[in-house]
Design a protein around this ligand. Structure first.
Ligand code: ADP
Length: 488
């Protein structure tokens, strides 16, 4: 269990932005520093060696000159040559030999080989006339074998150059090792300092970059816990400002939803209470009266029965709404003749229209077959025509028309009724909205019919609109796709 949580902690740490910023900044400093250190060591040692070689070559030239100009191989002054060679040998920790053309050692600074054949390999090659240079960094030495050339007069009195011997020098380069060690030590110290600096800088960067995110997180947490004011406000980074903005929009949306829900619940309670209050008033007044006639009883009970009916209507509309929301994706879609649905609805509603002497005109421009949920769609037709009759004047007119193009069918229900004021037209689809509450109670409306109608049309991916003028009439237009769009 402990292992698991440690693993989780490490995983979270690795996944955290803080850790990643820390690593990126640290590596961005450390990697170049290491590379630069390695290059510095290499370049310093190389340039040190180049300097040394230049010095060796200068000394070689001096020695060569001394040997030749002192005619060392003939009658020359060997003391000067020996002194010069000894001086160089001491100064550079160098082993020097002078070898004659038969490869016999004439002078050796270590005095070990004089009179013997030289064993130094480059000497043999130098006797052919070519300068020899061998550098061995592994064994830390440099060898030079330089042909010594002298000009001597020939039989005819002309001067000619000829090899008279070889100057062999073996310089130790061991000091390059201590030089490298010294440079490396200095570079390592600089690298350790840079490493510490990198850790501090990356730690600071990770804190600075992450802080605004942490603030947003705390802000959101406070909002969620209801501790803080409702909005997240950050202004550090554009991205965070955007996130905060989106979050605030979400809060707005959430608050709007919550408000709508509260309104709905309070409307529901109010609407359900109204018929109950009426019933209570009717029953109480009946009880308070003495010697009530049976006609009076009958009249009161009829009123009570009407209220019960109304309560029933509200409840069944509410159930329809809730069910509609729940079953939004479970429509019972089939190919339906829209003309038939309208005709049967009209047949059902004609008696109600007759009560008000409202004339119903039906214009179907073509037969329309569409993929709809027949039961739900007939609810749409019923609601619209019922309203057109309900909110019509006596002797009014209702015109129902059906048309289609290759993609949609269009149903319009126009009446010559009381109309809806412009400011209320948008709101008629809200739940429980009624233009004239007192009048609506008389007509027996619940204020839910158009909300249900709107929900059903939307479930079919259609649209509904209203056009109206007060005291002239109202037209509702519905547009629904002929083919039901399956959502993936
Ligand atoms: P109700 O059950 O009250 O009829 P609806 O949701 O069907 O509820 O309608 C909401 C309100 O819109 C109605 O109360 C009425 O004020 C108004 N309304 C609906 N249809 C019409 C219409 N054809 N003419 C005038 N007003 C209408």
């Amino acid at each position: 269990m402990r292992d698991f949580s440690l693993r989780e902690y490490l995983l979270n740490l690795i996944k955290s932005m803080k850790f990643r910023i820390f690593m990126i900044v640290a590596l961005a400093i450390i990697v170049p520093v290491i590379l630069a250190g390695t290059i510095i060591i290499q370049v310093s040692v190389n340039s040190y060696m180049d300097d040394r070689i230049e010095q060796f070559q200068a000394e070689n030239a001096v020695l060569k000159n001394t040997i030749v100009s002192n005619n060392y191989f003939t009658e020359g002054d060997s003391d000067v040559v020996e002194a010069t060679i000894d001086m160089v040998a001491n100064e550079y920790n160098c082993h020097a030999q002078i070898v004659d053309t038969s490869n016999i050692v004439l002078l050796d600074t270590k005095n070990t080989n004089v009179g013997n054949t030289s064993v130094a390999e480059p000497v043999m090659l130098a006797l052919q006339g070519e300068d020899q240079t061998i550098r061995d960094d592994g064994e830390h030495y440099m060898e030079f074998a330089l042909p010594l050339i002298s000009t001597v007069p020939d039989e005819k009195g002309n001067t000619a150059s000829q090899i008279v011997g070889v100057l062999y020098l073996k310089y130790s380069t061991i000091e390059a090792v201590s030089f490298r060690t010294e440079v490396t030590r200095s570079v390592y110290i600089a690298e350790i300092l840079a490493f510490i600096f990198a850790l501090i800088i990356s730690w600071i960067c990770s804190i600075i970059f992450i802080r605004p995110l942490q603030r947003v997180e705390k802000n959101i947490r406070d909002v969620n816990a209801g501790v803080s004011e409702e909005y997240v406000y950050q202004k550090e980074y554009t991205e965070i400002v955007n996130i905060a903005e989106q979050f605030n929009k979400m809060i707005d949306e959430f608050n709007a939803q919550a408000k709508k829900r509260d309104e709905f619940v309070s409307n529901v309670s109010h609407e359900l209470k109204t018929p109950i209050t009426s019933m209570k008033v009717l029953a109480d007044s009946l009880l308070s009266m003495e010697g009530v006639s049976s006609e009076m009883y009958e009249e009161f009970l009829k009123d009570i029965s009407k209220e019960i009916e109304r309560e029933n209507e509200i409840i069944s509309d509410l159930l329809d709404i809730v069910k509609g929301e729940r079953e939004a994706e479970e429509l019972n879609i089939s190919s339906v003749s829209i003309n038939d649905v309208i005709e049967s609805t009209l047949k059902r509603l004609t008696p109600i229209a007759k009560e008000k002497n409202v004339e119903i005109i039906y214009e179907d421009f073509r037969p329309v077959i569409a993929e709809v949920d027949e039961l739900k769609f007939s609810r749409v037709v019923t609601n619209l025509i019922e309203n057109a009759i309900k909110y019509n004047n006596v002797d009014g007119k209702v015109t129902v028309s059906l048309n289609a193009d290759h993609q949609y069918f269009f149903l319009s229900v126009a009446d010559t009724g009381i109309g809806i004021g412009e400011e209320d037209q948008e709101r008629v689809f809200e739940r429980f909205f009624r233009v004239d509450k007192a009048r609506a109670r008389e007509t027996g409306g619940t204020g839910l019919g158009l909300a249900i109608t709107n929900d059903i049309v939307k479930q079919h991916y259609g649209s509904i609109g209203v056009q109206s003028k007060e005291d002239e009439g109202t037209t509702f237009t519905v547009r629904i796709p002929l083919k039901y769009i399956e959502q993936v």
